[in-house]
Design a protein around this ligand. Structure first.
Ligand code: ADP
Ligand code: ASP
Ligand code: MG
Length: 409
């Protein structure tokens, strides 16, 4: 008899946000088992729980990052996997809740932004072959010294794809990863902000990677990178409605791609402007190495130079402001003026079709100009254009740009 196909199913925070929802997930998984699937589950903390844990840490020390922080914020997942295991057992399905150290999810030691290095795929396949459903805590790993690490906000998506990649390596068969969430599809913009956003049926890894990197919360960026590297097909679909969702995979050749596939935004952005800073790339190298060392992820960097000195601007996320500010105050001379702009927003248009269509940048900026939105920083790549401006302009700008590129049609 053919072996049951192993499918990784990831359930996000809202999907397991209450006991009723955990029961509903258990029924759905039990149904998949009855249909002949061998599910491997990756599960987030119940919605709101990680935020609650972060706010506790913040009350003790807002700039602390390290093993104790990761141990704290990883604890939400322990609760949800245990409850889901109980709900499955109640339905007569054998289940095994697994924390990262029990399964073997090895990561580096970059706390709060750790990267997965290996997963014990053989153990998962073994459990599946015994008819047991593994329920893996998302978001967490274990480093060389057996310390708990976490993968960054939204990191359970990455856990799920890493499980699928490890299973695929073990079985030598493709392993699909289904991401169950609170929307039915990836949309042409965040449906919470743009009411006319349209469902997208298929996206290439590359487009989804840009969207995730540019702030679309729907998938964790590292998850898409891993999926592209290990060729794991992802389906983003609803936890609550039975409907085929969005498939993310290799770009199909010969397809006429839309110029712009989606508009994404990142509301949680801050800009630091420094003037005058010492001339030359040596200073920049040192500054950004120091910030990285403190765990600050710098996004866009712009720099210009004239006879008055070197002017520098860069963007980071709002929550890294205390860390970045502390580092800059400790290392830079008082003569350097620091302007901090918090509550900025980044808006981006993404599409592989942009490669062959000029004029996208001009339409993008004309649209912002019509709305009278001053832009602080801009960055572009082959398939995206991004601009950072005051967050107060976000909603009207996302909606106008979505319309400008015909995404509401
Ligand atoms: P989960 O808890 O299941 O991981 P998330 O909150 O991380 O769910 O991601 C789902 C949310 O992503 C949606 O509720 C939606 O508001 C947001 N989102 C942002 N951009 C998009 C988009 N382009 N398409 C769909 N959802 C999006
Ligand atoms: N619980 C973690 C978070 O809220 C991880 C996740 O949900 O993916 O960020
Ligand atoms: Mg998420």
């Amino acid at each position: 008899m053919a072996q049951a196909p192993i499918i990784v199913k990831k359930f996000g925070g809202t999907s397991v946000g209450s006991i009723e929802r955990i029961e509903a997930v258990a029924s759905r998984v039990a149904h998949a088992v009855q249909k002949g699937q061998a599910p491997v589950l990756a599960v987030s903390a119940m919605s709101g729980e990680t935020n609650r844990l972060i706010s506790l840490a913040y009350q003790v020390d807002p700039s602390y990052r390290g093993p104790a922080y990761d141990m704290l914020v990883a604890s939400g997942e322990q609760v949800s996997i245990a409850l889901l295991a109980m709900a499955l057992e109640k339905r007569g399905i054998s289940a095994r809740p697994l924390l990262a150290y029990q399964l073997g999810i090895q990561t580096d030691s970059i706390f709060s932004k750790a990267r997965i290095q290996s997963v014990n795929g053989a153990f998962l396949v073994d459990l599946c072959r015994q008819g047991v459903v593994p329920i893996v805590a998302g978001f967490q790993g274990i480093d060389e010294e057996f310390q708990i690490t976490t993968l960054g906000r939204g990191g359970s998506d990455t856990t799920a794809v890493a499980l699928a990649a490890a299973i695929c390596e073990e079985t030598r068969e493709k392993c699909v990863c289904e991401i169950f969430t609170d929307v039915t599809h990836v949309y042409s913009a965040d449906p919470r902000l743009v009411k006319t956003a349209k469902k997208i049926k298929k996206l290439s890894f590359e487009e989804m990677m840009e969207m995730a990197a540019l702030g679309s919360k729907i998938l964790h960026v590292r998850c898409v990178e891993l999926a592209a590297k290990y060729q794991v097909p992802i389906q983003v679909r609803s936890s609550f409605i039975e409907e085929e969702g969005t498939w993310i995979g290799e770009e199909e050749s010969g397809m006429e791609n839309p110029v712009v596939s989606a508009v994404t935004h990142e509301a949680n952005t801050a800009i630091f402007k420094l003037f005058p800073v010492p001339f030359g790339p040596g200073f920049l190298a040192e500054l950004f190495a120091g910030l990285a060392d403190k765990g600050v992820v710098v996004d866009i960097i712009t720099q210009s130079q004239n006879e008055e000195g070197q002017r520098l601007a860069f963007s980071i996320s709002n929550e890294d402001i205390p860390l970045a500010e502390k580092y800059i105050q400790q290392t830079l001379s008082e003569k350097v003026e620091l302007v901090k702009l918090s509550n900025m927003a980044k808006i981006s248009v993404v599409g592989v079709g942009m490669r062959n269509h000029p004029g996208v940048a001009s339409r993008f900026f004309k649209c912002l100009d019509r709305l009278d939105v001053p832009v602080h920083i801009v960055t572009t790549s082959e398939i995206k254009i991004s601009a950072v401006f005051d967050g107060a302009h976000l909603e009207k700008s996302v909606n106008a740009i979505h319309k400008e590129f015909g995404l509401d049609q």
